[in-house]
Design a protein around this ligand. Structure first.
Ligand SMILES: C[S@@+](CC[C@H](N)C(=O)[O-])C[C@H]1O[C@@H](n2cnc3c(N)ncnc32)[C@H](O)[C@@H]1O
Length: 175
């Protein structure tokens, strides 16, 4: 799914990653955006504390932020790290300003719902919005995505383990 987004992403657009862990997806996307001459503002939002829904290795969680910094070192200067809860970070962004948001922070129903509610208004009309772990193993992710986009009549596409939607140009939803 990230490759689909990278292909369609507008040059200089704003990219937000919710949940960055040790930096694998962030490093990949920043390098790919540089290679395509498209890199604009790139935000990584993470509490750097892990989460209850996933059994993380304890040593990694204790040093998570440093491991992230080390792993993305060559491109760290291109990344703005926001250390906070993913849905709180949305308050720092204007409505209709984000060109892609990758939802991969909390994996519970409540957490994903909070992220969808907080970030949907921030997405630019026509932009892509998606997330990881749209699988049976994470029923909270699937249900939250269905419950949020179903009433909005927005088609959710599956791409591998991910979900992806396009914000319609005629979107008039304020949630
Ligand atoms: C699945 S990992 C992200 C993996 C990363 N996107 C990758 O592919 O390499 C989830 C991350 O989200 C963070 N996290 C979980 N819930 C969060 C929340 N509500 N706000 C901010 N960060 C959160 C955890 O600290 C963890 O680093």
């Amino acid at each position: 799914m990230l490759d689909i987004v990278l292909e369609q992403f507008p040059a200089g657009g704003t990219w937000v990653e919710l949940g960055s862990w040790t930096g694998r997806s962030a490093a990949y996307c920043v390098v790919e955006l540089i290679n395509r001459d498209k890199l604009g503002p790139f935000y990584c939002v993470d509490s750097w504390k892990g989460e209850e829904a996933i059994a993380y290795d304890t040593d990694t969680v204790q040093d998570l932020e440093n491991i992230f910094r080390q792993n993305v070192k060559p491109v760290l200067g291109h990344i703005t790290m926001l250390t906070m809860m993913s849905w709180h970070a949305a308050a720092d962004f204007k409505d209709n300003s984000v060109d892609f948001c990758y939802v991969d922070a909390g994996h519970s129903y409540e957490s994903v719902t909070n992220d969808l509610e907080a970030w949907w208004p921030k997405m630019r009309l026509g932009s892509l919005f998606g997330g990881d772990d749209y699988t049976k193993g994470y029923p909270g992710v699937q249900q939250a995505v269905w419950d949020f986009f179903g009433p909005l009549n927005i088609k959710v596409c599956r791409s591998g383990r991910c979900w992806l939607v396009t914000k319609p140009f005629d979107n008039n939803s304020s949630i």
